[in-house]
Every structure is written in structure tokens, then in C-alpha cells.
Design a protein around this ligand. Sequence first.
Ligand code: SER
Length: 321
Amino acid sequence: MRTCEKILVIGSSGQIGTELVENLRNIYGIDGVIASDIKITEQAKEGPFEVIDVLNSQNLLEIVKRHNISQVYLLAAMLSATAEKNPKFAWDLNMIGLFNVLDLAKEKIISKVYWPSSIAVFGPNTPKQNTPQYTVMEPSTVYGISKQAGERWCEYYFNKYNVDVRSLRYPGLIGWKSAPGGGTTDYAVHIFHEALKTGSYECFLSENTTLPMMYMPDAIKATIGIMEADADKIKIRSSYNLSSLSFSPKDIATEIKKHIPEFSISYKPDSRQQIADSWPKSIDSSIASEHWNWKSEFDLTEMTNDMIKNLKKSKKSETYK
Ligand code: SER
């Protein structure tokens, strides 16, 4: 167990945070990782937990000092679909939150920052297949604009103030331990729950909407992997392209049917379709592989097997088939 670092995860009860805290505690110990969110959650029963409003820099500073924090993972953000409904607040949360954390590193109060970016930094004019690291971006969503601006600021803080900030452009993330909230790729999690509960699912994206996706264990491996890599290997200080899977609702429904033959899917695209249509279909992450050895493990079949096996196990008491 490594005891030299003290880690703060902000937004720890969300889709990524829930699993990240668990994994970080396996490495750094329960007390080495402080979970924090805007309100108290069940996670508080599992180890140190603080209520943090990332928009309140004084509150943040006080907690960082009290726990002698050395690394911050900033996961608190508003995702693509919700941000479209509340653009101004989404911008404030996504940007001011980032500044508050970057400034702690600029003042050398903390030594390392992780901040997630997203495939949402790309837009309708971006090449859709195998989207390169460096290309036309022009995001068309509030979320994407905030992530692109955030990337620029991360690089700026690295160049100007020597801030050790590391970032990944996550694709849609799929896991069984935690629920997503407010994203355009959330269907790929909901579909499993509905398939097991009711045997059918009405999808808010059209059947051939292919998007870049990733199974959560791969996302956690990438996140901890980039944070633990030697600093000189991290040559991109905006954010790295990261890829694993690419599939459409139709593709994932076909996989689920291998386990639940009677499963049926219908399609009723809503406003999220337009967001999905502006994003790439697949991502080239060869630079991440070259710089710090990124390699994904799960393909669509393996992910589907694992999701269904674990959801069945964890939901035994509910009405899962
Ligand atoms: N999963 C996110 C969303 O759909 C993309 O980063 O908003």
C-alpha cells in the first residue's frame, strides 16, 4: 500500500467517482482517499467523506489543507444533455470548478491534478472515423465548449505555472456499479437495466448512431494509469484521445439478445440525437498508447457478458430475470 499521497476525489459519488474511489483505496488505503460531493451520500459510510461545493474556493482550500491533500481528481461537472438545459450554470460549474482546483496547484498547495475531458470537445466538422488527436474541433454543445476551453486552460497552467495536470477525453462510459446522469451516452447503461428488468428498452438515440464507448474497468485503468505515469511521459497537457469500443444501439441490442433472446428494442430519438450526431464515431488513441502505454482490454462481447453477469448478481433481490 502506498501511503505518501493523500488524494481528494471531487464528485466522488457520480458514475466515475464511485468506482474510482474504490480502486484508489485499494492502492492508497481507505484513509489515503477522501471522497467528496456536493451532498452527503452512502459513500460516507465507506471511508473519509467531505461535503464540498467546488464553486466555493474557500471551502475547498480549507478541506485540502485540513487533510494535507497532494492530488485532486476533479470529477464534478454537468454532462452534455443536462448542460443544454442549463447552459450558464453548466459553464460556471465546469469552468470555475476547474480554476479553483488548478489554482491550488499553481499555489503549490497540491502537486497533481486529474481533470476529465470528453469526446464532446469534437463537433460536426471533425472527421468522424478514427478521429485524430489533433484535428478540427468546433464543439457545438455547452458541455463540449466547456471541455475544450478547460483543455486549453490545463495546457496553459502547465506551460505557465508548471502545474502537473493530466487529462483524458473519455468516450461514453458503461459500468454496472454506478448510474450515469445527464449524458448522451447514458442509454448504453440504461439498456442493460431495462433488458434485465422488463425485457425491452426504448432508446433515445436512433439505431445506427455509432459512438465511441468504453467499459468502466478500462476507464479506471486509464485514469489511474495516466496519473501514475512518469511526468516526462505525459507530453500532452491538454487532454489525450482515449478509445476502446465503438457501437450503435443496434449493435449492443444484438449482443444483449445473445443473453436474453426475447429482448426487444425500439427507437424514439429525442434532443440528445442531435448531440450524438455532432460527435465522432470512433477515436484514434495511438498517441496515448505511444506515450504512456494505453491499451484497452474489453471488447463489446466481453463487456456485455461482464455487465449482465454482475448486474444479475448485484440485483438478485430485485425483479431481474
Ligand atoms: N458521456 C458523456 C455525455 O454523454 C460524454 O463525455 O455527456
